[in-house]
Design a protein around this ligand. Structure first.
Ligand code: SUO
Ligand code: CP
Length: 314
């Protein structure tokens, strides 16, 4: 693995999953890998889990980590090639990333989409500049279109929690009060459509279709009730429209997941990447039920990151 930006970077996902489970069983057993190594973490956007689990993952591996809040703590960065920098931007991304590469052995970067410029977001213009200028391996901490560390943690969680060999996993759209990125559902589809022991179904209202580049022919069922029938795992997430880019087309509260929605499932276990808007996306009764895996899922963010760091630093 050269960088970690999507499922395609992984190669053998079964081997990576086994490695994650081995690391989780013996989290401090690989400290020789991180000795004298530094993990750099740059955030252009807020984070709780990704930031803290990445520091913990580095620590478990015997490495040190530093964090830069690029949106707040550093100089205002210029992204455009050939820019005449006589305005508000103070440092070009070209130098900034090259310099930060001098201070670490692997670089994690979070940069959200604009949700305004579809072409710029879906061409990953900012993230690709970072890949271009970095001289160390780069890990996506959530880019404009994908969140692979989250999906890998979701895969670890489903693998641990499944009660049978083949499982049905449903990704359901949920209402929200804001327009959110498509990264988490894109990435969930990018990973789960490839897992050979998963029957994967996506459900959302019309107009919320995801980019087929990521859904890769996965079954889309517009009737949420039908989709949830017999599910073993349900991942809920809001996203804004991809077709009508960045728009909130509707917010029908009947899509909020409640125990009644889960009645026809196979006692489904519940997933959400967090942060979650309680009683907007999902009801308290679902989040607080014994079938909720959200804390275990967040805990597994340490092991998805630790496994990726292990691969890139070994
Ligand atoms: N990193 C996990 C999800 C981040 C982001 N959620 C948010 O922005 C929620 C913000 C709010 O609830 O206002 C998203 O959906 O991609
Ligand atoms: N799930 C997730 O990535 O959370 P943060 O945005 O808090 O890092």
């Amino acid at each position: 693995m050269k960088n970690f930006t999507s499922f395609a970077d992984v190669g053998d996902y079964k081997a990576l999953l086994q490695q994650a489970l081995a690391i989780k069983a013996n989290p401090y057993g690989y400290q020789h890998i991180g000795k004298n190594k530094t993990v750099g973490l740059i955030f252009f956007n807020p984070s709780l889990r990704t930031r803290l689990s990445s520091i913990k993952a580095a620590y478990n591996l015997g490495a040190q980590a530093w964090v830069l809040n690029a949106g707040a703590d550093a100089w205002t960065l210029e992204m455009a090639d050939g820019a005449v920098m006589n305005g508000g931007t103070q440092e070009h991304i070209k130098e900034a990333i090259a310099v930060m590469s001098q201070y670490c052995d692997v670089l994690g970067v979070r940069t959200f989409p604009t949700l305004q410029n579809k072409a710029e977001d879906y061409e990953e213009v900012v993230f690709n500049k970072i890949l271009q200028y970095a001289t160390v391996p780069v890990i996506s901490l959530e880019s404009a279109t994908l969140h692979p560390l989250q999906s890998f943690a979701d895969l670890i969680t489903v693998a641990e929690a499944r009660k049978k060999e083949r499982v049905k996993v449903v990704l359901t759209w949920a209402p929200h009060v804001r327009a959110l990125p498509q990264c988490v559902p894109n990435s969930f589809a990018d990973w789960f459509s490839e897992v050979d022991w998963v029957d994967f179904v996506i459900t959302h209202p019309a107009g919320y279709e995801l980019d087929e580049k990521f859904t890769k022919g996965a079954r889309v069922e517009y009737d949420q009730h039908q989709a949830l029938e017999g599910a073993d795992f349900v991942q809920a997430k809001n996203w804004s429209s991809y077709r009508h880019y960045g728009q909130v087309l509707q917010n029908d509260p009947s899509w909020m997941l409640t125990p009644a929605h889960l009645a026809g499932t196979n006692d489904a276990q519940f997933l959400h990447c967090l942060p979650v808007r309680r009683n907007v996306e999902v009801s308290d009764a679902v989040l607080d039920s014994p079938n909720s895996l959200v804390i275990q899922e967040a805990a597994n963010r340490v092991f998805s990151m630790q496994t990726v760091l292990h691969e890139l630093l070994k």
